[in-house]
Design a protein around this ligand. Structure first.
Ligand code: DMJ
Length: 565
């Protein structure tokens, strides 16, 4: 390097200027009053600490939103590194009843539990999964007490039904195992009779939902194969599908116990088949289910209410069949609204039939109890002649559906009805010493009893069902009212106390006796797919963690996208 002869001169000059600057600063400082000085010091400290704080926050965000390495192609989240250390603290909080304190601030919405209540639910999922993995892996359901399994269709129901729950909860390891099983072991080429509705809402719906979240083609491939095997169900004389089909021979048939299909079953497959057509561009799936909807739309009803059986050959309702919003009737009403939403509110008859049916419910099925005036939805027997003051727990999905309708611009009057039924459903939990609802409740509406509700011994079981929690989540999302979270937390504690066993969670035979709940040795896939998913979403600080303006949720809690037509 060539030395510049002016270099030392420049340095001398710099030093002179530096000295003068310092002198000037010192003089200015001395001229300041005591108060001015302390103000200046405080401001400097404040600026420095805010800088340090933001620097720390950005560093934390960078850890949790780090990009997945290529070899973890199917990874669903980066591990929140702090979560292990937080475990002990969380447990202490939970024991003290201090909940909903934030434990981290991930940026992406499915990064894992944020609140302590969510973490408790994710832990419940892990506990259930561990037992399933150990004793029932690849089978439909875990029997946690006998440490065995049960196979209904032989399709690994618990795995496929839970994929999107794991995705939403950010359970990466469990999700990987499940995806792996789907890739290597999920086989539809089996000589087994399956129920069209159950397999559609649990398996097809599960595959489609996780396909939308993950964009992993494996799930779409499997969904197409399954739907193709189910399609022959629709090849009946009327277009109303048969209820069952053999997946290998592809021969459809009516249920073994009846000549008819259930009305709710043939009307609760539309969201899934339509979604598959929209993804693949192949209209055959949507065509088949649209036809069913149109046939039923044209049939005569009782102010929008439908009997619970329909014949696949004649395409007619069974005369004198029961009308109910419980078993075999429930999701007909649910899917009217949800299909209207799924198709961007462009198909008017879905909305019209839905509105008419809610009118019909208020006219024929809604009653109030004595002495406290709780609202309940009863049943009509004998084609509408006799009223039965009985409500299945299944009916407790209705408040959520009503609220969703109001949110989508339907009449505000439905909101009050939703709140009233929600309140009664809550009472079916709160009135039991276990804080768990029975499968069926009877209501006192003519003063024949001193209590508002009563439960018959054979109806006192609890199958870990989701419907009430589902409604709580809808109401929470649409109001941000944390009372719904409080109710859900009490019920979750009921599950923890009375249904949690060493190897998972079990249905119980008796909610009326906390000292003897009679475990039934069965963990249905909907406990993981629906009950725990809705609880997890309910306990989020963000009511829109799963946004109802983006997704329509199928009857098994699998979110599917809303289309514009
Ligand atoms: C689930 O399989 C679905 O929610 C269905 O629509 C009704 N029953 C169970 C849960 O209770």
């Amino acid at each position: 390097m060539v030395e510049n002869k002016y270099d030392h001169l420049t340095i001398d000059l710099d030093t002179q200027i530096d000295k003068r600057r310092k002198l000037y600063l010192r003089r200015t400082w001395n001229k300041l009053s005591k108060c001015q000085k302390s103000c200046l010091i405080t401001t400097t400290i404040l600026i420095c600490s805010s800088f340090l704080y933001f620097f720390h926050l950005n560093k934390h965000t960078a850890i949790i939103s780090v990009k997945e390495p290529e070899d973890q192609k199917y990874s669903i989240k980066s591990i929140i590194k702090e979560s292990k250390q937080l475990d002990d603290v969380n447990n202490i909080y939970l024991k003290q009843g201090i909940v909903n304190t934030e434990i981290s601030k991930p940026q992406n919405r499915f990064e894992g539990p944020i609140t302590l209540k969510q973490k408790a639910v994710a832990d419940a999922f892990k506990h259930a999964w561990k037992g399933y993995k150990k004793f029932a892996w690849g089978h439909d359901h875990l029997k946690p007490i006998s440490e065995s399994y049960s196979d209904w269709f032989g399709l690994g129901l618990t795995i496929v039904d839970s994929l999107d729950t794991m995705f939403i909860m950010g359970l990466e390891d469990e999700y990987r195992e499940a995806r792996d099983w789907v890739e290597h072991h999920l086989n539809f080429d089996i000589n087994r009779d399956v129920n069209l509705f159950e397999v559609t809402i649990r398996v097809l719906g599960g595959l489609l939902s996780i396909y939308h979240f993950s964009k992993d083609d494996l799930f779409l491939k499997k969904a197409i194969e399954l739907a193709d095997r189910l399609l022959p169900c629709f090849a009946s004389e009327s277009g109303i599908p048969y209820s069952d089909i053999n997946l290998f021979t592809r021969k459809p048939h009516a249920p073994k116990w009846s000549p008819d299909s259930s009305t709710s079953e043939v009307t609760t497959i539309q969201l899934e088949f339509r979604d598959l057509s929209r993804i693949t561009g192949d209209p055959k799936y949507e065509y088949a289910v649209d036809r069913v909807s149109r046939i039923i739309h044209k049939l005569e009803k009782k102010d929008g209410l439908v009997p619970i059986f329909i014949n696949a050959n004649t395409g007619q309702f069974r005369s004198y069949a029961t009308i109910t919003l419980g078993a075999r009737g429930d999701s007909y009403y649910e899917y009217l609204l949800k299909q209207w939403i799924q198709t961007g509110k462009t198909v008017d008859y879905f909305k019209e039939d839905y509105l008419e049916s809610i009118e019909g419910i208020q006219k024929h099925l809604l009653r109030r109890t004595q002495p406290n005036g709780y609202a309940f939805i009863g049943e009509l027997l004998g084609g509408g002649k006799d009223f039965k003051p009985k409500m299945d727990h299944l009916t407790c999905y209705l408040p959520g559906t009503l609220a969703l309708g109001v949110h989508n611009g339907l009449t505000n009057n439905h909101w009050k009805l939703a709140e009233d039924i929600l309140d009664s459903c809550y009472q079916t939990y709160a009135m039991q010493p276990t804080f768990l609802a029975p499968e069926i409740t009877y209501f006192n509406f003519q003063g024949e009893n001193s209590k508002d509700m009563y439960v018959k011994p054979n109806d006192a079981h609890n199958l870990l069902r989701p419907e009430f929690i589902e409604s709580l989540w809808y109401m929470y999302q649409l109001t941000s009212n944390t009372t719904y979270q409080d109710w859900g937390w009490k019920i979750f504690q009921g599950f923890e106390k009375y249904t949690k066993v060493v190897n998972g969670y079990t249905s119980i035979g008796n909610v009326r006796n906390a000292a003897n709940v009679r475990p039934k040795d069965m963990m249905e896939s909907f406990f993981l797919s629906e009950t725990l998913k809705y609880l997890y979403l309910l306990f989020s600080d963000n009511p829109k963690l799963l946004n109802l303006d983006e997704y329509v949720i199928n009857s098994e809690a699998h979110p599917l996208p809303i289309y514009s037509t």
